[in-house]
Design a protein around this ligand. Structure first.
Ligand SMILES: NC(=O)c1ccc[n+]([C@@H]2O[C@H](COP(=O)([O-])OP(=O)(O)OC[C@H]3O[C@@H](n4cnc5c(N)ncnc54)[C@H](OP(=O)(O)O)[C@@H]3O)[C@@H](O)[C@H]2O)c1
Length: 316
C-alpha cells in the first residue's frame, strides 16, 4: 500500500483542527495520516487523539523552531490562530508568519490557512459607521487574519485560503445562545437586523479542509469560503424554538447596543456583526453552501446540528 502523506494540524485539540484530525482518521483510505500539534502532548485531549491514531507532536505557534520541527516531513499543513486566547491581532499576525515560515522551510506541498476578511478593505479606518479598535482595526479578530494572507502569498507557498463562518457551537461555548429576558422568555440577541448569518457546525470546517486536501492541487492559490447555512436571526430563533420545545424570540439590536454589552470582545463582535450585516450579499456569496457540501457531503444544517447539540446549549 502506498505510504500515507502526513497532514500537520495546528490546533488539533481544538474545534477546527480537531475536526480535521478526526476527518483524516475516519477515512483510512483517504491517503493521509494526521500529525496533531499541541502544546501539551500529555493532555487528555492530546491522548485521546493519539488513541484515535494520530501522531501527536509538541509545537507552539509562538515558537517558530517548534513549528519547523513539527512540519518536517509533512505533505500538508493546516494553519489556524487563536485570537480569543490573547485578543491580540499583532500576535495573531506574528503567529501566522511563524507558521508560514515553518511551512516554507519544511517544503510543505499544500498549506490551508484558516482566514477571514481584512474588513478594512470594505470599511476603511476613516469610515465612522463603526469605531476603530485597538488603534488600527475595525474587526480585530478578522483583520489580522486577512492581513496575514499576504505573508503566505509573499513566501510563494502553495496555499488555499479557507474563509470560515460563525460556529453554531458559539451558542454552547461562547455565551451567544438564547438568554431569558426579564419576562422569563428566551431571546436570541444579535445585531443582524433581517440579514443572514453564515453559520457552520465547527466540526464541519475540518471536514471541508480534509476535502480540500483530498482534491490535490485544485484549490491551491484559491480562496474557498464555506458555510453550513445562511440564516436570519428570525430563522435561527424559529429553529431553536422547534428544537428546544420552548419559544425563542429573535431580539434584533443595533450594533452600537451590542458593542456596549461590556463582555470581553463585545466591541470586536459588534463590529463583526455589523460587517456581516452591511456587506451581507458579499459575505454570503463568498461562502458557498454547494462548495462546502461538495467538499464535505456530511455538511450539517442548523436543524441537524441542533438535533445533536440542543441539550448542551445553556439557557441562562
Ligand atoms: N468561534 C467562531 O465562530 C469562529 C468562526 C470563525 C473563525 N474563528 C477563529 O477560529 C480560531 C480558533 O480556532 P478554534 O476554534 O479551532 O480554536 P479552539 O477550539 O479554541 O482551539 C484552540 C486549540 O489551539 C491550541 N492552541 C492555543 N494556543 C496555542 C499556541 N500558542 N500554540 C499552539 N496551539 C495553541 C490549543 O491546544 P493545546 O492546548 O493542546 O496546545 C487549543 O486546543 C480563532 O482565531 C477564531 O477567530 C472562530
Amino acid at each position: 500500500m502506498a505510504e500515507k502523506r502526513i497532514i500537520a494540524v495546528v490546533g488539533a485539540t481544538g474545534a477546527q483542527g480537531g475536526g480535521l484530525v478526526r476527518a483524516i482518521l475516519s477515512d483510512p483510505r483517504g491517503g493521509f495520516s494526521a500529525r496533531a500539534l499541541t502544546r501539551d502532548v500529555n493532555s487528555e485531549k492530546a491522548k485521546a487523539l493519539a488513541k484515535l491514531g494520530a501522531e501527536v507532536v509538541a509545537a507552539d505557534v509562538d515558537d517558530v523552531e517548534s513549528l519547523k520541527r513539527a512540519f518536517e516531513g509533512a505533505y500538508g499543513a493546516y494553519c489556524v490562530t487563536f485570537f480569543w486566547a490573547h485578543f491580540s491581532p499583532e500576535k495573531e499576525l506574528a503567529e501566522a508568519t511563524n507558521m508560514a515560515q515553518a511551512a516554507k522551510q519544511a517544503g510543505i506541498e499544500h498549506v490551508i490557512w484558516s482566514t477571514l476578511e481584512d474588513t478594512r478593505q470594505w470599511v476603511p479606518l476613516s469610515d465612522n459607521r463603526m469605531p476603530t479598535l485597538m488603534g488600527k482595526y475595525k474587526v480585530p479578530h478578522f483583520d489580522a487574519k486577512g492581513e496575514a494572507n499576504q505573508v503566505f502569498t509573499d513566501l510563494g507557498l502553495p496555499v488555499t485560503f479557507l474563509l470560515t463562518s460563525f460556529y453554531w457551537d458559539n451558542f454552547i461555548y461562547f455565551g451567544m445562545g438564547p438568554k431569558k429576558g426579564p419576562d422569563g422568555k428566551l431571546a436570541l440577541t444579535l445585531p443582524m437586523g433581517d440579514k443572514r448569518l453564515s453559520g457552520i457546525a465547527a466540526e464541519d470546517i475540518g471536514k471541508c479542509a480534509h476535502g480540500i486536501f483530498k482534491r490535490g492541487r485544485e484549490f491551491i492559490g484559491k480562496t474557498v469560503g464555506i458555510a453550513g447555512e445562511h440564516l436570519t436571526g428570525a430563522q435561527m430563533a424559529s429553529a431553536l424554538t422547534k428544537a428546544l420545545g420552548q419559544e425563542v424570540r429573535y431580539n434584533a439590536v443595533p450594533p452600537q447596543v451590542y458593542r456596549n454589552f461590556g463582555f470581553p470582545g463585545a466591541q470586536d463582535l459588534g463590529n463583526m456583526f455589523q460587517f456581516y450585516h452591511d456587506f451581507n450579499e458579499y459575505f454570503c456569496a463568498a461562502r458557498k453552501l454547494e462548495i462546502a457540501r461538495a467538499l464535505n457531503p456530511a455538511l450539517q444544517t442548523f436543524d441537524a446540528w441542533l438535533a445533536q447539540y440542543k441539550a448542551r446549549i445553556p439557557l441562562g
